[in-house]
Design a protein around this ligand. Structure first.
Ligand code: PEP
Ligand code: CO
Length: 452
């Protein structure tokens, strides 16, 4: 495989314009942080990234479904085993619902263990004390609403690495050490979810899964010997935004000699930084990880094709995923030309739907939120467009938290505007809470079943 162009190196992006980067006040401090990262052990291995790419190749062929989910942005102040466990629980619940409901394997990818930076539409925000630099994530600066807090500090990249390592360590323990065992399917239902209609629906599904397992055991199948019932693979991902950090974690794989960005299994390029001649596309064109690119409603068919050619010239199945985030009112008009163009050029692309980022609204009280109905509506428009174009609707990409927050409107509980302030905790975009996420999974499974 010759993914890496001859002119590429982990630092070749530095010759190009890199949008959305912090201006480190102290360039020597930034260089020292990058050197520290280069000396640290990798967070993930190249072989694991290749494994994910193979699973994504199965998604491409319609033999699996991608579930990519997690926080909008992780927080340095919220690192705890409880929070990691709650996020994993809801991810496992959603994938149980999708696997059982749609009878397809689910490729599980968290927005986790490195999702510490944010691209922003405006460089500043208004506060009572005046204008301050906008919050760009804890790997850049603190979120407190003061000018001092928002001064970028490159040492935070090293802290981000350490927090990612701790998170990944616990994730690996949970997913391989019995917690994700399918016989524990009931335990993943947390209390505040279990008492809701979708939680009770989940209980019934979990009982069916248990019955199916008992049936298999009664048929003489040795369930204890079947590793796949007792362990799961949860892969990590984040937006590859802060290029100093990504460069610092890029290594040559000792087996193949290929370059991998070992900060996560999958990296995505955001809607704001996907210029074909920009620094982000340059950087990611040279690493062998599976990649995703976000596409908003202004994307042209040409843009999509150029990205395919820049990022996957060898047309490797599973290498490239397009995550579309059109908004419920635009998806049915904006997506079909892209699907047709990419299909016409026979580029292998996994298509996934991010129904969150095109559906942001602000309430009369100035609170950023999203409506559950708009989120579901975009997913429906995505599925309909894919089916019309004879393209497999490969997955969804959502922002959720395992906790009982009140950030998005609607869902089975019908969360109303007046409830938003009860528990609104996100540092950036509003997330689905655990009940809303489970509700979404059930509806998604129905949508997939309806099509057979
Ligand atoms: C995100 O996924 O958090 C994000 C900022 O998305 P987008 O690039 O699609 O706006
Ligand atoms: Co977001």
């Amino acid at each position: 495989m010759t993914v890496t162009p001859d002119t590429w190196s982990p630092a070749s992006w530095r010759a190009l314009t890199a949008l959305q980067q912090p201006e480190w006040p102290d360039p020597t401090g930034a260089a020292a942080a990058v050197e520290r990262l280069k000396a640290n052990p990798p967070l993930v291995f190249a072989g694991e990234a290749r494994e994910l790419q193979e699973r994504l190749a199965a998604v491409l062929e319609g033999r699996a479904f991608l579930l990519q989910a997690g926080d909008c942005v992780e927080s340095f102040t919220e690192l705890s085993s409880m929070r990691i466990r709650e996020k994993l629980k809801i991810l496992l619940q959603m994938s149980a619902v999708l696997t059982y409901g749609a009878t397809l394997p689910v490729v599980k990818v968290g927005r986790i263990a490195g999702q510490f930076t944010k691209p922003r539409s405006r460089p500043v925000e208004e506060t009572a004390a005046g204008e301050i630099p906008i919050f760009r994530g804890h790997m850049v600066h603190d979120d407190a609403a003061t000018a001092e807090a928002r001064v970028p500090d490159p040492r935070r990249m090293v802290e981000g690495y350490n927090q990612s390592a701790a998170t990944l360590n616990l994730l690996r323990a949970f997913t391989k050490g019995g917690y994700a065992d399918l016989t524990q399917v009931h335990l993943w239902n947390q209390e505040f979810v279990a008492s809701s209609p979708e939680g009770r629906r989940y209980e019934r599904l979990a009982s069916e899964i248990e019955r199916a397992l008992r049936f298999m055991a009664a048929c003489g199948i040795d369930l204890t010997a079947e590793r796949r019932l007792h362990e799961v693979d949860v892969f990590t991902s984040h937006e590859g935004l802060l290029l100093d950090y990504e460069e610092g974690l890029t290594r040559r794989d000792s087996l193949t000699g290929d370059w991998y960005d070992c900060s996560a299994h999958l990296l995505w390029i955001g809607e704001r930084t996907r210029q074909p001649d920009g620094a982000h596309v340059e950087f990611f064109s040279g690493v062998h990880n599976p990649l995703a690119v976000k596409l908003g409603p202004e994307t042209t068919a040409d843009d999509a094709i150029v990205l395919c050619e820049r990022l996957n010239p060898e047309r490797i199945p599973g290498r490239l995923t397009f995550v579309t985030r059109m908004g419920v009112s635009r998806v049915r008009e904006a997506l079909p030309p892209l699907l047709r163009a990419v299909r016409g050029e026979t580029h292998p692309v996994v298509w996934a739907c991010d129904p969150m980022h095109g559906n942001g609204i602000v309430t009369a009280d100035g609170i950023k939120t999203r409506r559950f109905d708009a989120i579901m509506g975009e997913i429906e428009g995505f599925f309909a467009s894919c089916w019309d174009a004879d393209v497999w609707p490969g997955g969804v990409h959502v922002e959720f938290t395992g906790e009982d927050v009140t950030e998005c409107l609607g869902g089975a509980d019908d969360l109303l505007e007046e409830h938003l302030s009860t528990r609104y905790e996100t540092l950036c975009d509003p997330r689905l809470n655990a009940r809303q996420s489970l509700d979404l999974a059930f509806r998604l499974a129905e949508l997939m079943r309806a099509r057979g």
